[in-house]
Design a binder for this molecule. Structure first.
Ligand SMILES: Nc1ncnc2c1ncn2[C@@H]1O[C@H](COP(=O)(O)OP(=O)(O)O)[C@@H](O)[C@H]1O
Ligand SMILES: [Mg+2]
Length: 296
């Protein structure tokens, strides 16, 4: 069926149209996830555009974005649904005089007393469906991953009181992981997989240019070159965490705010807290400064 994004090139351009610059391999993975109706697991360092991709896709497809931010100890009721106890209680009180306990029970376990959380909302979204982002799934625990299997494999979930809810239209489902731990094999098997790397310089240049147009061409080029050197060897070894795309964009904004025309050691040191979020990394920058700036 022809769609507005019937080729990988079309989809690439559409994403660029909403400000998301994606390499071909990533667009191919998204394209296949849509065609094969499979969830897509995106892994990569923080700040490389995993969450942003889901937002951009929802915009491009004109579909609602439903987002589930994972954390340790997250429970099903936050992901799927919970019963609206207050409304149920009111209903019970009102019905007590006239109905039998069985009638009341039947009455209060109906769909209208459900509070729908992102997974259920995604399953119930009318065609063409929703985009569901299960963000930072590596923060959730094993039982939660196990709970996801039914959804990921069949786009359905079971609600004991109501039965099985199946998706009318398979939601485009993206899971992201910062890889703080390895995910369950069963989850991985149900997903297509894509690793997001730091961007090539040209792509990062395009991103910074489009998000911080006030920065001069010369400054933008210096920023992307500097950051890309920070991420490459031998420098990367000196830091616990390299800056992501988000940091490059923030840095460019900060440098513009400081009226910086060209990078120099002093302004880099003064703004190092934007590139690095650890004291040790900020400290490690100083001794490398001359080498980092050498080839610019
Ligand atoms: N491919 C991209 N195109 C445009 N902007 C991007 C891209 N990747 C990252 N960004 C920028 O970086 C920011 C952080 O990205 P984000 O998706 O939050 O990273 P992650 O979820 O991987 O930690 C975004 O808000 C966006 O401004
Ligand atoms: Mg994210």
């Amino acid at each position: 069926m022809p769609t507005p994004h019937s080729t990988i090139d079309d989809l690439t351009r559409a994403l660029e149209g909403v400000g998301y610059h994606a390499p071909r391999q990533l667009v191919t993975a998204v394209f296949l996830a849509m065609r094969l109706q499979r969830p897509l697991l995106l892994e990569g360092e923080p700040g490389v555009g995993k969450t942003e991709l889901a937002k951009a896709l929802a915009q491009v497809l004109g579909q609602p974005l439903l987002r589930l931010q994972c954390y340790d100890g997250m429970e099903q009721r936050e992901a799927l649904y919970e019963w609206n106890h207050a409304a149920q209680l009111l209903r019970m009180r009102a019905a007590q005089a006239s109905a039998t306990p069985e009638e009341i029970e039947r009455d209060i376990y109906q769909a209208r007393y459900l509070i729908r959380r992102p997974l259920l909302q995604a399953l119930e979204a009318p065609a063409p469906g929703a985009v569901l982002l299960i963000d930072e799934v590596d923060r959730a625990d094993e039982p939660f991953e196990a709970f996801l299997l039914e959804y990921l494999g069949e786009y359905q979930v079971s609600i004991p009181e109501l039965g099985t809810v199946r998706a009318a239209a398979a939601p485009l489902t993206l899971l992201t992981s910062n890889r703080t731990r390895d995910l369950n094999d069963a989850v991985k098997r149900r997903c297509l997989y894509q690793w997001l790397d730091y961007p090539e310089r040209e792509r990062e240049l395009a991103i910074v240019r489009s998000q911080v147009p006030q920065a001069s061409t010369a400054l933008t080029e210096q920023i992307t070159q500097f950051v890309s050197r920070l991420r490459s060897q031998p420098f990367a070894n000196a830091f616990q965490r390299s800056p992501g795309i988000a940091e490059s964009v923030e840095w460019a904004k900060a440098l513009v705010a400081l009226d910086t025309l060209t990078l120099d050691p002093e302004v880099i040191q003064d703004t190092a807290g934007i590139l690095f979020k650890q004291r040790e990394d900020v400290a490690a920058l100083q001794p490398l400064m001359d080498q980092l700036l050498e080839v610019q």
